[in-house]
Design a protein around this ligand. Structure first.
Ligand SMILES: [Zn+2]
Length: 301
């Protein structure tokens, strides 16, 4: 190898090292010319999909919303990694639902507040009997959104007008959704529907329906063999036409029940999280709630 080539490769290595060192040094020292808090965008963390979706619709492009729950992961029993927990401290606002959904969040709330991160327990006072699924009632989802708006305005009052406009649009969508559900479900013949897990209690209560869940308040709470036998008897006696299953939980029990009772199966999505396919298709809370209504109508006719 000639001397020049050797020298230039040494110089290249030195250049790469100094670039890495320089970049690392900058990140670690937080140059006083560009303080991160002032230059960086407003960052908000949410624990699972419905909170993410509502928050995103309120903040639009004025903030970055990070959802901790990975795509395609069933939210019950989900806990973030230590790295994810550490990242929450870099945000301005942390939004969770409440103990029955994200018990780990309640535990770190005090520490986050002490470090200057504002927190919102969005389901406080709305959750009854340990049942976290309040977002599936459009009226309660509207209340959750209003609370998110109020928290966002507290950390970023400068954009209040913009957030308020977005909230108003969102509230109109919830009002419309509630109206569609009320009108469509008022005239159905059947009132009871069989769900994979007990996610639709608030929705059933709002529209005068009755939910018959296969599993408990989370998909992990599976029925015993005896409970399953009782469900089969109940579905046969009521002449249930469809058994609902979910996108993020195993359809095994719903399929068994359908097979044993001669019923069909349909999806009723609890919107605890989206699948990668749903995200790719541009689905959100409202598009899935519309599909849920179509499925409910079909099952309750
Ligand atoms: Zn659930």
């Amino acid at each position: 190898m000639n001397v020049w080539r050797r020298l230039s490769s040494v110089a290249l290595v030195l250049l790469i090292f100094s670039l890495i060192f320089f970049a690392g040094g900058c990140r670690a020292s937080k140059s006083p010319l560009q303080p991160e808090s002032a230059a960086g965008p407003l960052k908000i963390y949410t624990t699972f999909y419905p909170l993410y979706d509502f928050t995103q619709k309120i903040v639009g492009d004025r903030a970055v919303v990070e959802n901790l729950q990975p795509v395609g992961v069933e939210p019950h029993g989900y806990e973030p990694s230590p790295q994810q927990i550490a990242s929450i401290y870099t945000g301005k606002l942390f939004i969770f639902l409440g103990e029955p959904m994200d018990p780990w969040a309640k535990k770190i709330e005090g520490q986050l507040n002490a470090k200057g991160v504002m927190t919102l327990e969005a389901g406080k006072g709305l959750i009854e009997n340990n049942d976290p699924h309040i977002w599936l009632d459009p009226v309660l989802a509207g209340e959750i959104s209003r609370r998110i708006y109020e928290a966002v305005v507290k950390v970023d009052g400068d954009n209040k007008g913009y957030y308020e406009k977005n909230l108003q649009e969102l509230e109109q969508k919830f009002t419309m959704l509630d109206k569609q559900y009320r009108e469509a479900l008022a005239g159905v013949t059947r009132k009871d529907f069989v769900t994979s897990h007990a996610a639709f209690g608030y929705l059933a209560k709002r529209y005068g329906l009755e939910q018959i869940p296969i599993s408990g308040l989370s998909p992990q709470q599976e029925p015993s063999a005896q409970q399953m036998a009782e469900l089969i008897t109940l579905c046969r006696s009521k002449g249930v036409k469809y058994i609902f299953f979910e996108t993020l939980a195993s359809p095994k029990l719903a399929e068994t029940l359908a097979r044993e009772t001669g019923a069909g199966t349909l999806v009723l999505n609890p919107i605890g999280g989206l699948t990668p396919e749903e995200i790719k298709a541009g689905e959100d809370y409202f598009s899935i709630m519309a599909k849920n209504l179509a499925s409910l109508k079909q099952a309750l006719e």
